[in-house]
Design a protein around this ligand. Structure first.
Ligand code: FES
Length: 81
């Protein structure tokens, strides 16, 4: 496992389709053994909902992604190669 995608499912993000993003993240990474998808609580970036973060499991580097949508999600996952 090298990457963890955490989808914020707090109230603000949930009001901006976070559950759909979570489901799509799982679907898009289902063949990838190197990526795990999790839900997480509010990251305190609610004004930029929905938000997600990607954690490198080895280096612990953290990148937060704001105002996510299906297109940006695809781009983000494609860049995780
Ligand atoms: S609810 Fe997602 S950042 Fe606050």
């Amino acid at each position: 496992m090298t990457k963890i995608i955490r989808v914020c499912c707090g109230a603000s993000c949930s009001n901006h389709s976070a559950e759909d993003l979570f489901a799509e993240s799982e679907k898009r990474t289902s063949e990838r053994k190197d990526i795990r998808v999790e839900k997480r609580r509010c990251m305190n970036f609610c004004n930029y909902a929905p938000t997600m973060e990607v954690i490198d499991d080895i280096t612990q580097e953290r990148n937060v992604h704001y105002e996510m949508n299906q297109i940006r999600l695809k781009q983000m996952i494609d860049m995780l190669d």
